[in-house]
Design a binder for this molecule. Structure first.
Ligand code: MEV
Length: 440
């Protein structure tokens, strides 16, 4: 790498100097780049300071569209759902699906459980049975010595639910795990869980060193690491929609409700059979889930990694949603693990995330789980509805057309001519360019 492309002490530079160094060494038009990056700074320095506080080496802000999908009827309550997403059609699809189901009873949800999970991985070379024998005593100590951390959460109704010892000697000699289960109430609880786990690690170490129940050669334990698990299969919400098949109505292309239902159920089955399809199918679900997670300041990476593990829980990657027709009733539902929060973390700090929570009527974590799962299901419904009727490109390209027109700096008059022209034509980058050239 050329010397001007490396630097030491970058983090210590003032923000303007960071930008200056980057603009000068990585761009051909440094002045323009500098102005452009600075133009995205927040006008209010205090607000900018809050944003900068979320990360490191920040030089600007990266704007993303903040949209809303109205008309979500969930458990009898209507919501306007905030969504942060850069992909065209997603918010439109969620809104259309929400409206469709609003007149058919809306979304129904059920919280199946809300357990969070954490692990202390350690190595110990003594007799496994001996460790198992003294574990009840160790467990009591783990709970007792983490009281300082758990006392507040307990006052809020949460805390440690259970702690167990797992033996991994078969996979790796001397390897064990303390697996702990937590209720973190309305917070996502990462800090709480990790603090408890680090306390468990220290307690375990002290116990092993000092215990008179262990021989001298058993008094050595290696705490490998203590960290929450983002796999929370028992922090689960079910969202569903259903109606009589004939209430589904008729669909584009002259498709009647029976054929639509049959194609729809088969499409979902395919996503249970074939991981290639399941991946795209679930991606569509996360278009909705991630967008609400982002808008409400939740950790969408944690949510997604958990969902994909859950989708593979029987050893094969499958659809997260299910569909059936039984006794003339069409039913479509999703079981989604969602470890989210409505207090603490970014949710409380990010000014727009705070507004999102307010827009949703200040839900608790369970209610937000229901909203997010319903949005994921709506997104999945809209995608499959398009796929089995008109195909996805028609709606998608219409939205995409507007993006291409903006990129090509089309005037309002040019845009409206282009929208008419492409109404029954395939949209492509080259096609739009040719059309604009022909009218310019
Ligand atoms: C595109 O972002 C998502 C879809 O591909 C989902 C699906 O195919 O089900 C439309």
């Amino acid at each position: 790498m050329t010397p001007e492309k490396t630097i030491s002490g970058f983090s210590k530079l003032r923000k303007r100097d960071k930008i200056k160094w980057i603009a000068k060494n990585f761009f051909t038009d440094p002045e323009h780049v500098m102005n452009e990056l600075i133009s995205y700074w927040h006008g209010d320095a205090a607000q900018q300071k809050i944003l900068d506080g979320f990360s490191e080496n920040t030089i600007s802000n990266f704007p993303m569209p903040y949209g809303v999908a109205p008309n979500f009827l969930i458990d009898g309550k209507t919501y306007v759902v905030p969504m942060v997403i850069e992909e065209s059609s997603v918010v439109a699809a969620a809104s259309a699906a929400a409206k469709f189901w609003m007149s058919r009873g809306g979304f129904k949800t059920e919280i199946l459980d809300t357990q969070k999970v954490g692990q202390v991985h350690f190595k110990w070379s003594g007799n496994p049975e001996k460790l198992k024998g003294i574990f009840p005593q160790i467990k009591e100590l783990l709970i007792l010595e983490s009281k300082d951390i758990t006392v507040n959460m307990e006052q809020r109704g949460g805390g440690i639910l259970d702690i167990e010892l797992l033996d991994f000697n078969e996979e790796e000699k001397g390897l064990y795990q303390i697996r702990a289960y937590f209720d973190t109430c309305d917070s996502m609880g990462a800090n709480f869980v990790n603090s408890c786990l680090e306390s468990f690690g220290a307690t375990l170490r002290n116990y092993v060193i000092k215990s008179d129940k262990l021989a001298e050669d058993e008094k050595d334990v290696l705490i490998v690491m203590s960290i929450l698990s983002n796999y929370t299969p028992d922090c689960l919400v079910r969202a569903s929609v259903s109606c009589k098949v004939d209430e589904l109505g008729d669909f584009a292309g002259g498709l009647n409700s029976e054929t639509f239902a049959e194609k729809f159920v088969t499409a979902v089955k395919i996503a249970h059979i074939d991981p290639y399809r399941a991946t795209t199918h679930n991606k569509g679900i996360y278009n909705g889930v991630d967008a609400v997670a982002l808008a409400t300041g939740n950790d969408f990476r944690a949510i997604e990694s958990c969902g994909h593990t859950y989708a593979s829980r029987d050893g094969k990657y499958r659809s997260l949603s299910y569909a059936q027709v039984e006794n003339g009733i069409f039913k479509f539902w999703i079981d989604l693990p969602l470890a989210i929060g409505t207090v603490g973390g970014l949710t409380t700090l990010h000014p727009i995330a705070k507004r999102s929570i307010e827009l949703l009527g200040n839900p608790d974590a369970k209610e937000l789980m229901s909203i997010i799962a319903s949005t994921g299901l709506a997104q999945n419904f809209a995608a499959i509805r398009s796929l089995v009727t008109t195909g996805i490109q028609k709606g998608h390209m219409k939205m995409h057309l507007q993006n291409i027109l903006n990129q090509m700096k089309a005037t309002e008059e040019e845009s409206s001519k282009a929208l008419k022209y492409f109404d029954d034509r395939v949209v492509s980058f080259a096609g739009v360019r040719n059309f604009l050239d022909s009218i310019r």
